[in-house]
Write a protein that binds this ligand. Structure first.
Ligand SMILES: Nc1ncnc2c1ncn2[C@@H]1O[C@H](COP(=O)(O)OP(=O)(O)OP(=O)(O)O)[C@@H](O)[C@H]1O
Length: 587
């Protein structure tokens, strides 16, 4: 073996000294060592040892262990008057993990949590995997019926419930009991900033944690592939699906999201993205890697956001385009005294909103991804040469979904049937597909859906997009949302982008309305800004001036736009409404 090492090291360095290129120097020596280059490279690696010294399954739990050492006295989390350092957070997580094992939690058990963005959410994201279990953070906007379905589906053993959501959990328990099934064990989370009495015969979070063993040795995953969380999709287009994440993917995506967002050391992060959404786009784990401070808010409103940005010297935050829209249109908005990086994604951000949020002093980074890709998967990486473009053009570019981040192998736009890559012409539509280590392990208990999602060796997003000549992708629509009028695909995102440019429009969503002649025509649902008035005809004319006529809405309906808790417009509801109108008969 030593012989191989010596020979190899001479191969590696000799080309540096004799002026030869690496290629010309290495090839002849390779041939002398063995017959094929493949065999050579394999043989030269003989005798390597995988040991704890050089191989540890990647897990974001290690971020917390390091944070306790490196950032021990720095603030880990702030929520009202409650505040912990990273040393304290680590100790609390160790004790909580120990308490979980004492409750009988074993490797692979699912532990659910129903809570807003509070410190317990952060702690459970570490404590649950430290007990070898799998965290399932549930959407706080679900009703009892949906929660009961998800608890049954995930077979959660324990559920931690915030005091304000107790009635939802209890309703779910009643439904489970009706079917003579055993509901999970409930642990009640009291708010440190409010008083609430603990229901009888129920475990209480702080008491449970206090009883844990501070010397508990955290369980580590046996392999990187071990599950760390199960996240249900937003349910925008269908019933939520249980997406399983593994330790390796969570580790990688946490780091990639930090880097995309420019968070390298001790950022102060304001939580406006729900922590239950893709584990807070993996940043619950990521912030521990960089010793960040988590600023938690129970409720998100523009006033609270602006007060907190100033009071806590926030450096970074995230939010769906709906949150950005809420900020730029709020009477409480004010220019920032220092730059705040804001990461947006979850639905297509209209360029006009990106522009307006930056006018207030935010700097936006745009991300695209799905629950299935641990949240962020691509980013509209900014190129300095774009700085000199006209402003409108800059924001049009910034609204593109961009390129894969460094932890994902590849993103592409392909024909769903032939799997051929579409030409990079900015016009040919195909399905956005992704592959790499930050794509889910699969759907929980749904082999068929998993196989379908991965058919052809790529994860199929169900989003339609184009690829520009610089390789940047742009989402045009969801497959389910695209309007087909007279055989032409109409990107509802493009029509909405134009609608958002109208000064009177606060929110807009476009769906297909059945039409006797064209099959479908675009139907716009519009919510106006307070104090503004505009007629349907004016809106249609506004669009016709800026779009090919077939793309302009033929119908405009003024009303509130229904959204999911992750800020996505529930187009299936609007589609039903458009369908209920008598078919239009434009020819
Ligand atoms: N930056 C973005 N631009 C455009 N669309 C985005 C962006 N980020 C996310 N999306 C949309 O959000 C989708 C992913 O959403 P998520 O995984 O939260 O659940 P969902 O797809 O809404 O739920 P369900 O699958 O249950 O309907 C993407 O497929 C895409 O349509």
């Amino acid at each position: 073996m030593n012989h191989f090492f010596r020979r190899r090291s001479s191969i590696c360095t000799s080309w540096l000294f004799n002026g030869a290129t690496k290629e010309t120097c290495v090839r002849p020596i390779r041939r002398s060592l063995c017959q094929s280059p493949e065999a050579w490279s394999w043989k030269s690696m003989d005798g390597m040892v995988r040991s704890p010294a050089n191989y540890v399954p990647l897990s974001p739990v290690s971020f917390l262990e390091r944070a306790a050492k490196v950032y021990g006295d720095r603030t880990s989390v702030v929520y009202g008057s409650a505040e912990f350092t990273w040393k304290q957070t680590h100790l609390r997580c160790v004790k909580l993990a120990s308490a979980l094992t004492r409750l009988g939690v074993s490797t692979g058990d699912v532990i659910a949590i129903l809570a807003p963005n509070i410190p317990a959410m952060q702690e459970l994201h570490f404590a649950v995997p430290m007990a070898g279990a799998v965290i399932c953070a549930l959407n706080t906007r679900h009703d009892s019926s949906m929660i009961s379905i998800l608890l049954r589906h995930s077979e959660a053993k324990i559920i931690f419930v915030d005091h304000q959501l107790l009635h939802i959990a209890q309703g779910a328990f009643d439904l489970i009991a009706k079917d003579e099934l055993k509901p999970p064990l409930l642990v009640f989370i009291r708010d440190p900033n409010a008083s609430a009495s603990v229901p009888n015969d129920t475990h209480e979070y702080e008491t449970l944690l206090a009883g844990g063993d501070a010397g508990y040795k955290a369980r580590r995953p046996r392999t990187e592939w071990d599950p760390i969380s199960v996240n249900y999709t937003s349910g925008t287009t269908s019933r939520p699906k249980g997406v399983v994440y593994n330790h390796r993917g969570a580790y990688l995506n946490a780091l990639a999201t930090l880097s995309v967002h420019g968070m390298s050391s001790m950022p102060v992060y304001l939580w406006t993205v729900p922590m239950f959404h893709c584990n807070g786009w993996c940043l619950i784990w990521g912030l521990a890697a960089v010793g960040g401070t988590n600023i938690c808010l129970r409720r998100v409103s523009p006033r609270e956001i602006f007060d907190t940005l100033a009071a806590k010297a926030v450096t970074n935050m995230g939010g769906a385009p709906t949150v950005l829209n809420m900020i730029v249109n709020s009477p409480d908005r004010r220019p920032l005294s220092r730059k705040v990086e804001i990461m947006t994604g979850g639905s297509p951000p209209p360029p006009s909103i990106l522009e307006r949020i930056e006018e207030l002093g935010f700097r936006v980074s745009h991300l695209y991804g799905l629950t299935e890709t641990y949240g962020p998967a691509t980013t509209c990486l900014w190129r300095p040469e774009w700085d000199s473009l006209p402003r409108e053009e800059q924001y049009r570019i910034r609204a593109r979904q961009g390129v894969e981040h460094y932890a994902l192998e590849e993103v592409d736009v392909r024909d769903s049937v032939t799997m051929e890559s579409v030409p990079a012409d900015g016009a040919t539509m195909g399905e956005i597909m992704l592959r790499g280590n930050t794509v889910m392990s699969g759907y929980l208990k749904d082999v068929k859906a998993t196989e379908e999602a991965f058919a052809g060796g790529w994860f199929r997003s169900g989003d339609l997009g184009v690829k520009h000549d610089d390789g940047y992708i742009e989402v045009k629509d969801r497959l389910k949302d695209v309007v087909i009028s007279g055989g032409e695909n109409i990107s509802t995102v493009e029509v909405e982008t134009v609608l958002y440019r109208h000064p009177a429009i606060l929110e807009a969503a476009v769906v297909g309305r059945p039409d006797d002649h064209w099959g479908q025509t675009p139907c716009a649902f519009v919510k106006l800004k307070e104090g503004f008035e505009v007629s349907r005809e004016e809106i249609i004319e506004f669009c016709r001036e800026r779009l090919p006529h077939y793309m302009a809405p033929k119908t405009v309906i003024f009303e509130d736009i229904p959204k999911t808790s992750t800020g996505k417009i529930q187009k299936f509801i609007l589609r039903e409404k458009a369908k209920a109108l008598s078919p239009s008969s434009s020819s």
